[in-house]
Design a protein around this ligand. Structure first.
Ligand SMILES: [Zn+2]
Length: 265
């Protein structure tokens, strides 16, 4: 799956100055790091600049989108396969949110014990969810489990309707469970998302420093698809834009464009 990523520097310049956008964006294949370096030659006066963009979505969201795009492109087997993985990674996400507050290193060691087997993860999810939420989580119904197994293990080609129903089940599982978790563990959920993004940023800064064309590039975080967030590293951006565009940029102008995300969905 490719993401259409706009150059954040050109984009901020456009927002700040009202000038015409310089670039239509770059099609970048999504990688496993969720950090993407953009080398852009479209700046004012043809100046080169580089930046790195962190895609702050959780894996299960990106996998869901992979599935949905496959559905739209009529690759129904591939769609169900991506939805299945999206659900599995969603269970992992919930487990990690519900384990917030435990020692991080110990949690990783425990996770390692179940990381290679999805059935173990499902079991851990059901029990942990029951312990914390005091009810049974919404799970994939038996007929959907059978459909998934036929698709994944027996080479079955699902119909369009079967795929759409599987897609709906995936959405229900994600929405219902997350809304129950949020009722009791909203703070933990927000805390988890924050530290997830913070780790991405740390990783992005390192990657940018090692980039061949590094020249005080900037790190930008964006939430793909939902477009609720565009939260650059505010302190660095004005100086950087000034260098690229030879104009003075006010921090207030940029801050006004930043929409804070107080919740996940
Ligand atoms: Zn640019």
């Amino acid at each position: 799956m490719e993401l259409l990523i706009e150059c954040p520097v050109c984009r901020l310049y456009q927002v700040w100055s009202g000038a015409k956008r310089f670039t239509g964006g770059f099609h970048i294949p999504i990688n496993n790091k969720q950090t993407h370096i953009i080398d852009c030659y479209e700046g004012g006066k043809g100046k080169f600049h580089c930046s790195i963009q962190c895609i702050s979505n959780q894996k299960f969201e990106l996998l869901f989108e992979s599935g949905f795009r496959a559905y739209q492109d009529k690759y129904y087997r591939e769609a169900i396969s991506s939805f299945t993985t999206s659900i599995e990674r969603f269970y992992e996400y919930c487990i990690r949110v519900l384990l917030q507050g435990n020692d991080g290193k110990k949690t990783e060691r425990i996770w390692k014990e179940i990381s290679r087997q999805s059935e173990r993860q499902l079991g851990a999810f059901i029990i942990l969810y029951f312990d914390k939420i005091k009810s049974k989580p919404k799970l994939l119904e038996q007929k959907m489990v059978e459909l998934r197994n036929k698709v994944v293990h027996k080479g079955y080609y699902p119909t369009k309707d079967e795929t759409l129903n599987f897609c709906k089940s995936t959405i229900e599982i994600i929405n219902q469970n997350i809304s129950e978790i949020k009722k009791i563990y909203n703070d933990e959920l927000i805390e988890f998302n924050k530290s997830y993004v913070e780790n991405l940023r740390i990783q992005a800064i390192e990657e940018l420093k090692n980039h061949n064309y590094y020249n005080e590039g900037v790190v930008v975080e964006e939430e793909y698809q939902y477009k609720k967030v565009f939260r650059p590293f505010v302190k660095n951006i004005p100086t950087f834009l000034n260098k690229v565009y030879d104009k003075e940029v006010n921090i207030e102008d940029i801050e006004s464009y930043i929409i804070d995300k107080s919740n996940f969905f």
